[in-house]
Write a protein that binds this ligand. Structure first.
Ligand SMILES: *[C@@H]1O[C@H](CO)[C@@H](O)[C@H](O)[C@H]1NC(C)=O
Ligand SMILES: *[C@@H]1O[C@H](CO)[C@@H](O)[C@H](O)[C@H]1NC(C)=O
Ligand SMILES: *[C@@H]1O[C@H](CO)[C@@H](O)[C@H](O)[C@H]1NC(C)=O
Ligand SMILES: *[C@@H]1O[C@H](CO)[C@@H](O)[C@H](O)[C@H]1NC(C)=O
Length: 176
């Protein structure tokens, strides 16, 4: 794991939020992009947002992994819209197998808390077969306070050091 400056900055940011937080916010997923670069290994079987109400969408995404993946990294980037999507503070490459063993990466932990109850991924490596999440929408446990705006969470899934598929989650975030 790259335990670098960025991670320390994120920790400080999280601490700062603990003291300044408790603001309420609105969050809505607005678009979803799913792409496999290597369909002989990974194929998306589902990828959709469903509108539940004017302010709320749910996300369902599943991939079929045709051969066990033992070495998995995910590059998680957040981009913010300003004349197109521009890289924002968050850009981590996380060892997913290690994370599932010790749950010690601060950003991965935030994502994990959000999805753990609606996903099938609560086990250690390897990953094989159908994996994904169903009807995800609840972000009330998210400790991050973001500036209002349009964001893209760009997740690139890397097996055996090669990018295999990508999940792009577009969302709006604003103070309430
Ligand atoms: C694509 O997937 C196959 C397994 O089906 C794997 O052997 C191969 O290395 C992958 N190609 C790349 C570029 O990752
Ligand atoms: C949706 O947004 C409208 C206006 O912003 C608000 O009045 C309404 O209560 C919201 N509904 C939900 C379910 O949050
Ligand atoms: C994840 O799996 C572990 C071990 O099987 C279990 O103890 C834990 O409760 C599970 N967590 C969730 C959120 O399902
Ligand atoms: C997300 O990142 C991957 C590379 O990691 C890139 O190929 C893809 O274009 C990015 N998606 C967007 C919408 O920027």
């Amino acid at each position: 794991m790259r335990a670098g400056l960025l991670e320390n900055l994120l920790l400080l940011y999280l601490l700062w939020i603990c003291f300044n937080g408790n603001q309420t916010f609105k969050f809505k997923m607005t678009n979803l992009g799913c792409d496999s670069f290597n369909k002989s290994w990974v194929v998306y079987t589902e990828c959709r947002l469903r509108a539940i109400s004017r302010n709320k969408t749910t996300m369902t995404a599943f991939v079929m992994v045709s051969e066990p993946a033992y070495n998995i990294f995910v590059r998680a980037r957040v981009l913010r819209k300003a004349n197109g999507y521009k890289p924002w503070i968050i850009d981590y490459t996380i060892d997913a197998c290690k994370f599932m063993r010790n749950r010690n990466h601060p950003f991965a932990k935030i994502i994990w808390k959000l999805i753990k109850d609606v996903s099938t991924i609560n086990h250690s490596c390897p990953y094989n077969g159908l994996n994904g999440l169903k009807d995800f929408y609840d972000v009330s446990t998210m400790p991050l306070i973001l500036p209002s705006g349009e964001y893209l969470l760009n997740l690139t899934w890397i097996f055996d050091k090669k990018p295999q598929f990508v999940t792009n989650v577009y969302f709006s975030y604003w103070d309430d």
